[in-house]
Design a binder for this molecule. Structure first.
Ligand SMILES: Cc1cc2nc3c(=O)[nH]c(=O)nc-3n(C[C@H](O)[C@H](O)[C@H](O)COP(=O)(O)OP(=O)(O)OC[C@H]3O[C@@H](n4cnc5c(N)ncnc54)[C@H](O)[C@@H]3O)c2cc1C
Ligand SMILES: Cc1cc2nc3c(=O)[nH]c(=O)nc-3n(C[C@H](O)[C@H](O)[C@H](O)COP(=O)(O)O)c2cc1C
Ligand code: SF4
Length: 671
């Protein structure tokens, strides 16, 4: 018996297990538990942060790693996490396990050199490199016309490929593929290996009662029977790697599939015990499947909401337990580690938004963290076969490109005097970038508070106050860059005379309109609480703003809402991660939705709506026109400033937050 095996036995017996509640008494550090050393298998970790696996769609369609991916992973490693996990790499040659067009592959030795560059970039920067193996199962076969499942349970989400039942020969091959992938990961220099068995991916579909109706030895009534594939894969990997690298697994602690006959809570917890018994050196607890019918990682789910699931797992196993899932502020994992609920804080979206989060948290510069707002733009982009983008961090995917300033901007060649009108997201973002490049920047905001339309957006729904976090961050960034911020100051062309500005940026937002007329209200009047409409409210316009007004009304009163939208679909500009919930709320609250219909007119008490079916009159107390207008004429109005005048954000074209921030950032790079 070699030393490793002996140590492993000791650890399994619990003698090596680190004590819970490792609070460091007297530590000056704000997060002593997060920044205490940890242990995974035989590996010591410098802190308790693990960057969680993240598909990026940055890689080539045939599975090779790109420079973009390497630069991104390097940024993650430089950010200070103890462990940095790669995106899930698919292990099979046919691509049945491939979930996204730009996912990296580990299905052949030819991928090893690219993967080795990632491992090297991570380790060179002081982190442990973990490679995730991911067979996407029910969500796989992105380039094929089918996907593999234990039994062909029809897809609930039509996006995914029609399922085909996997044969026993293919199961044997899948086990071999995973083992070979682990060998390649080891050869590429990774310190750890992780399996992803969650949300509808292959391993999870075997574990779940919902999707595994097999009659052979890979299915059955008991959770042990349904875990057989997982156990075989773990065993094969352990055998292949000679127990030299820790192997962890992500499993679902609560499937949230009760409406589909998913696993019981006890079965889910048992799957972790079985994984531990099969040799898993750590477990990562996840919640929900992609087809669950409740919110899991959106803003309406309070941070820390799912820790109770991790706690149950922690009580069931002795290996280290980790969790991601809306643990956005370090205070939350700090307490969870102190309480013995988790051993490691996994962070995915918080570290997409800011890979430097660990460094900033350890240096107590938490207000400098670019805050994730759980908008899930990154996630949705994957399903449009696009590289991920981040609403609040435009430099995502450009970490290796100096011009994008991820590690700081080079000074502009010519220093300019820049005026910015408007302290919404676009104005704040451009002011910060321009000032960081060395320009002399002054920003005027009409209101006492910065944030523009986000001040309204933050009042709509549960959790929406989180939208104010990037505003606070941008204000601080402006201050750090010495932008002269002038709140409560309406800027006029006259006020700019004699200032000698080289560039004037108009980030003045859009106008709601057309306004006026009997019974006609604007979205801001309602959401700001200035006016309360009568009980029957017609909202003309079913894009994000119209929906925001509807949600706000339904949340704050007993309204009967009629939504009229000219196109065939509501909320075309709203993230699908939020839209489904709004539509569900509309259904439950009896909102009358009329698509391909237009408001033709109204007088006291009645509105007339035209559609292909003809004209219809409905009783209404108030009408809200939820449309926004760009402000191109402002450029002419401010021409007297003598500066080059630029129009950005919603003022140029009313859109969404990410458009405003990204457009402003890019322009700030160029001025
Ligand atoms: C109700 C509502 C809900 C929304 N919800 C979402 C959402 O959930 N997700 C999303 O992605 N997007 C959402 N949006 C859209 C998003 O808020 C905007 O796209 C974004 O705020 C546009 O930024 P901006 O800086 O261009 O303009 P704004 O945010 O409108 O900021 C313009 C600023 O300019 C100031 N200003 C105007 N004229 C002057 C002047 N002469 N002098 C000084 N200051 C001036 C204004 O006071 C304002 O602060 C929502 C918008 C609204 C209205
Ligand atoms: C863009 C994106 C890509 C992801 N890719 C993976 C993946 O490759 N493998 C995996 O196990 N989980 C993946 N996840 C899930 C995350 O690792 C994480 O569990 C989830 O986002 C919840 O954690 P968070 O609240 O910290 O973001 C991905 C999530 C996002 C947003
Ligand atoms: S795109 Fe949205 S959810 Fe994704 S990391 Fe950025 S802010 Fe967070």
């Amino acid at each position: 018996m070699n030393l490793l095996s002996v140590l492993r036995m000791i650890r399994k017996a619990g003698l090596f297990r680190k004590a819970r509640r490792p609070v460091l008494p007297g530590s000056l550090m704000k997060y002593p538990n997060i920044f205490s050393p940890g242990q995974i298998g035989m590996l010591a970790t410098k802190n308790r942060i693990k960057y969680a696996a993240t598909e990026t769609n940055f890689n080539t369609q045939d599975g090779f790693v790109t420079e973009k991916e390497i630069a991104y992973m390097e940024a993650q490693a430089r950010g200070g996490a103890a462990i940095v996990t790669t995106q899930g790499a698919y292990p099979d040659r046919l691509g049945e396990g491939k979930g996204f067009r730009g996912t990296m592959s580990i299905a052949h030795d030819r991928y090893i050199p690219g993967l080795a560059r990632i491992a090297d970039a991570i380790k060179r920067n002081g982190a442990l490199a973990a490679l995730q193996i991911l067979h996407c199962g029910r969500e796989g076969g992105v380039d094929l016309d089918y996907c593999l499942m234990p039994t062909a349970v029809p897809q609930r989400l039509s996006y995914f490929k029609p399922p085909r039942e996997i044969t026993t020969v293919e199961i044997t091959q899948a086990v071999k593929d995973h083992a070979a992938a682990a060998r390649r990961a080891q050869e590429a220099g990774f310190d750890m290996i992780e399996l992803s068995g969650i949300v509808g991916y292959l391993i999870s579909t075997f574990i779940s009662r919902y999707t595994n109706g097999r009659q052979d030895e890979y299915g059955g009534e008991t959770i042990e029977e349904r875990c057989r594939l997982m156990v075989e894969i773990l065993g094969a990997i352990k055998a292949e790697t000679g127990d030299k690298v820790p192997v962890g697994i992500r499993l679902c602690g609560a499937e949230l599939l009760d409406d589909r006959g998913g696993n019981t809570p006890e079965e889910s917890i048992e799957s972790f015990r079985i994984a531990e018994k099969a040799g898993a050196d750590y477990v990562s607890v996840t919640v929900g499947w992609h087809e669950s019918s409740s919110s899991v990682i959106t803003r309406d789910v309070p941070m820390g909401r799912w820790l109770w699931v991790a706690e149950r797992v922690s009580k069931a196993v002795r290996v280290p337990v980790m969790m991601a899932f809306r643990l956005f502020l370090p205070e939350i994992p700090e307490k969870a580690i102190a309480d013995g609920v988790i051993d490691f804080w996994e962070a995915c979206r918080p570290m997409i938004a800011d890979p430097d989060l660990p460094n900033k948290a350890s240096g107590e510069r938490i207000s400098k963290v670019v805050p994730c707002i759980a908008c899930n733009l990154c996630f949705s982009r994957l399903y449009y076969h696009q590289p991920i983008m981040c609403t609040v961090r435009p430099s995502l995917g450009h970490e290796g490109d100096e011009a994008w300033g991820y590690y700081g901007f080079a000074p502009a060649t010519e220093k300019k005097r820049i005026g910015v009108v408007g302290g919404g997201p676009a104005g704040l973002q451009i002011a910060a970038v321009a000032a960081e490049r060395g320009h002399d920047v002054t920003l005027w905001e009409r209101q006492a508070a910065f944030g523009g339309s986000i001040l309204l957006a933050s009042r709509i729904d549960d959790g929406e106050e989180e939208l104010l976090r990037p505003i606070a961050y941008l204000v601080e960034r402006c201050r750090d860059a010495h932008v002269t911020l002038v709140p409560a100051a309406t800027c006029t062309p006259d006020a700019l005379q004699g200032l000698g500005l080289d560039v004037l940026v108009l980030a003045i937002g859009s106008l709601f309109g057309p306004s006026g007329g009997p019974g006609r209200l604007t979205p801001d009047e309602i959401i700001a609480g200035e006016k309360r409409p009568g009980k029957r409210v017609l909202i003309a316009g079913g894009d994000g703003i119209g929906l925001a007004v509807a949600v706000y009304l339904l949340r704050t009163g007993d309204y009967h809402v009629i939504l009229v939208e000219e196109s065939g679909r509501l909320g075309r500009d709203v993230s699908p991660f939020y839209l489904w919930r709004y539509l569900q709320m509309f259904k439950q609250r009896g909102v009358e939705v009329m698509t391909r219909a237009g408001l033709k007119g109204w007088d006291d008490g009645e509105a007339s709506i035209a559609s292909a079916k003809g004209e219809r009159r409905v009783e209404v107390d108030d009408v809200v026109v939820a449309s926004r207008l760009a402000r191109p004429r402002a450029v002419e109005a401010f021409a007297s400033s003598g500066a080059e005048v630029l129009l950005i954000g919603d003022a140029r074209r009313p859109r969404r937050l990410h458009n405003a921030i990204h457009e402003a950032y890019r322009l700030g790079m160029r001025i």
